[in-house]
Design a protein around this ligand. Structure first.
Ligand code: GLN
Ligand code: ZN
Length: 764
């Protein structure tokens, strides 16, 4: 048989046991010992589950209490000074993850920054390096977990984040050096870890270097050569599997295959032609690990096609030199489809979560490994399900397909250029200079969440829930009028989540009951699954906006989530290009825009916070993505009349390098997250004369800290240094749903006062 292998397993547990234990521990309601024992039980359960599935190589040290990059930082003793005097290791660990507790009346140390793990929705903690950073082996977690598995009779394969990926993902906290320069002082730590693992009896170790699927330069390749030469020499008995994932290695492939390791893992779901290139260049003795099962998605693999590729490798290398694996760690998949008892059975048959993916790996490994006759029936059953999915009328809607085929450049354009629209908008909806608004949501209080849950559970009738929401909206409108905001919002109280709310009302989506995926730390998300053509059943938001507008003479903004964000935050069907799915969603949003307009909305916001995160990992692939993503937005917004003011909103990111695409959206007004970086990002607007209106966020809603009027005015002045006064809106950074009213009220009061002061020509 070929070698059935896994690169990593979800950590949370099938009932999110880890999340619950962590949150109880943080709340002081669970002793550390119990948190540790929950973690231990989860590891055991997950190893056993993989062993039962028939995997030959099972990862360990893929588990973490919070994040694997944080674990790596701790392993190498990369602990910023501000945490140095926290003596309890667990307290120190969580202080780095979430910020430290206040001490002696002073605020605790701020957490490490968090950012996205490549192009996934998982967030890692960013290690901080000093110029004279020293390293020391500071944690025995890897060897500890190896021994733990061994004592259960499982010869696991420890996983380490590779030294080059670790350094390149970190941040230099002092100017004038790059983390990669620290490589030679970091490597002794890795050498020591490998020696310990070898001494403990490990046969294999998996070293992840996903940096190889990004644009790497010569320095990075040399750093990898230096690293693997030293690591191999430090523990000659240990076999190293170098894992890459999230894309093809590209040009560097022949060089990577020559590294002194025993096996290289390739993501073949995202770089299909990599297999032929690898088979052409593979040196004698090297094992290839084939990432044939998509670890990033929820669809059943086409097993016969995977077997065909595995056969090719076996022919060249022999059984013993072929591993069958998921494309990447299964961290990004929900755990078990069997738990989805309420899922639409037709769609369910098309899906595979982590446990089912393990079964797929084993089937491929057997079929390509001389045991085909034993699994032919299962492969054929898989083929039948794949065919049923392909032929299902539920995935194809001829109407929306015809509509997409008929999209012309004219359909994407607003009727008139911005200058003309501006005049029409100003005469329809006159606003003062420095108009004030918010991003959409108001606090999702305990009461709001309880009412929603009760309605879902059937204990609060639809009528009573409707009445409740209306009274929330009315209070929000009254309060906004009173504080003097110019463009009001209804508050989004009816929405659980900005994507789920729309997905639930669109055809082509299903929702799981337990399909959780870790986003960061204890936080999990349950992305909707887009299985078929997307169409709108009817208006999705108009009733709430209309109701809110009926209460006030001020304009109320209609609030929509944009097509790119809905796509980005869902599991997307893999049987057509993402672009097509995105444009179908755009058509639905376009119809919603028309209905909102029809209902009297003069201002409509289409949020696209996820526009930037859809960027491909390599720069050469950016342009085609940006073109179709921008066009998706324009398809959604382009039908609006001149006098309808289209807003968009973006957050969580830097915009400088995609500023032209942001301008190409041609939204009349764009609100951006800027306050945390003290308007730094507005630098882009200095060089690039942004033509339309901009609302640079002046209140950091991610922090419980309240901004003063003077601070807000200072931020406004910074914005006015690069933007012209008749271009500037005044608004918070993002929606206010995570804040409390006690915070929102004074902050927005200060914000309105700041805008008024600027209108009157006052200065700070
Ligand atoms: N309109 C959404 C809200 O206010 C926007 C959220 C977001 O940008 N992430 O909550
Ligand atoms: Zn936002």
């Amino acid at each position: 048989m070929t070698i059935a292998s896994n690169l990593g397993f979800p950590r949370m547990g099938r009932n999110r046991e880890l999340k619950k234990a962590l949150e109880q521990f943080w709340a002081g309601k669970l002793p550390a010992e119990q948190l540790r024992s929950t973690a231990k039980q989860l590891r055991k359960a997950h190893w056993e589950l993989q062993e039962e599935a028939g995997l030959a190589q099972i990862p360990c040290n893929d588990f973490t209490l919070y994040d694997h990059m944080l674990d790596t930082a701790i392993m190498a003793g990369v602990i910023p000074d501000r945490f140095a005097d926290i003596s309890d290791p667990l307290d120190q660990y969580f202080a780095m993850a979430r910020g430290g507790k206040p001490r002696d009346g002073k605020a605790g140390p701020t957490a490490l920054e968090m950012t996205k793990w490549y192009d996934t929705n998982y967030h890692y903690l960013v290690p901080e390096f000093k110029r004279n950073q020293t390293f020391r082996l500071d944690s025995r977690k890897a060897v500890g977990e190896f021994r733990e598995a061994k004592s259960l009779g499982i010869p696991a394969r420890p996983v380490l984040v590779g030294p080059v990926t670790f350094l390149t993902l970190g941040k230099a906290k002092e100017p004038g050096f790059e983390p990669l320069e620290l490589l030679s002082s970091l490597l002794p730590v890795y050498e020591e870890v490998l020696r310990e693992l070898a001494a403990a009896g490990a046969e294999w170790v998996q070293i992840d270097e996903p940096c190889l699927v990004t644009d790497v330069d010569e320095r990075v390749l040399e750093a990898l050569e230096q690293s693997f030469a030293r690591l191999t020499a430090s523990a000659p008995s240990l076999k190293i599997l170098l894992a890459t994932y999230f894309g093809p290695i590209g040009e560097a492939l022949p060089r990577v295959l020559k590294l002194p390791v025993q096996a290289v893992h390739l993501d073949l779901t995202r770089g299909e032609d990599q297999l032929d290139a690898a088979l052409d260049a593979v040196p004698a003795g090297l094992t290839l690990s084939l990432g044939l099962v998509d670890g990033r998605n929820v669809w059943k693999s086409d097993l016969w096609s995977a077997v065909g590729r595995a056969d090719k490798a076996v022919k060249r290398l022999g059984f013993g030199r072929v591993m069958i694996a998921p494309s990447c760690s299964l961290l990004h998949s929900p755990i078990d489809l069997d738990d989805e008892t309420a899922l639409d059975p037709e769609v369910k048959e098309w899906l595979a979560f982590a446990r089912q993916k393990l079964d797929e790996i084993v089937l491929i490994a057997k079929a390509a490994g001389g045991e085909r006759t034993q699994v032919v029936a299962q492969l054929d059953a898989n083929q039948a399900a794949i065919t049923r999915r392909r032929n299902s009328p539920r995935t194809h809607n001829p109407e929306v397909r015809a509509r997409l085929a008929a999209v012309t450049p004219v359909i994407l354009e607003r009727r008139s250029p911005y200058e003309r629209r501006k005049t029409a908008q100003r005469s329809k909806t006159p606003l003062p200079a420095f108009p004030t608004t918010t991003i959409g949501s108001f606090p999702q209080t305990e009461e709001v969440r309880k009412a929603r849950a009760a309605n879902k559970a059937g204990t609060l009738s639809a009528d009573a829930y409707d009445k409740f929401l209306k009274s929330e909206i009315e209070q929000a409108i009254r309060w906004q009028e009173q504080v003097g905001l110019d463009v009001l919002v209804h508050g989004e109280f009816e929405r659980n989540d900005m994507v789920e709310y729309f997905g639930e009302q669109l055809n082509g989506f299903v929702f799981t009951a337990n399909g959780w995926v870790q986003s960061y730390g204890s936080r999990c998300v349950k992305p909707p699954i887009i299985f078929g053509d997307v169409t709108r059943r009817g208006p999705m938001t108009t009733a709430w906006t209309k109701y809110a507008q009926s209460l006030t003479g001020k304009p109320v903004k209609g609030m929509l989530t944009g097509p790119v964000t809905i796509l980005q935050w869902s599991f997307v069907r893999d049987d057509q290009p993402r672009r097509d799915t995105c444009w179908q969603i755009a058509c639905a949003i376009r119809d919603e825009v028309a209905d909102l307009e029809h209902g009297g909305a003069a201002v409509i916001q289409i949020d696209e916070p996820a526009l930037r995160e859809g960027l491909p990992l390599r720069r050469a692939d950016w342009a085609p993505y940006l073109r179709w993503a921008v066009d998706a937005f324009r398809l959604a917004a382009g039908g609006a009349k001149d006098e309808t003011q289209i807003h968009t909103h973006m957050c969580y990111c830097e915009f400088n390098d995609i500023i032209d695409s942001i301008a190409a959206l041609d939204a009349d007004v764009i609100s951006l997250e800027t306050s945390r970086s003290q308007m730094e990002i507005l630098g882009a607007f200095r060089e690039f004369r942004y033509p339309n209106e901009v609302g640079p966020g002046v209140y950091d809603i991610h922090s419980p800290r309240l901004p003063s009027q003077a601070e807000i005015e200072q931020l406004l002045d910074k914005a006015l240094a690069v933007l012209s006064p008749d271009q500037v809106w005044v608004n918070p950074d993002c929606g206010l749903k995570t804040r409390r009213w006690e915070e929102v009220k004074p902050a927005l009061t200060a914000m309105v006062a700041a805008a008024r002061n600027r209108r009157g020509g006052g200065s700070a």
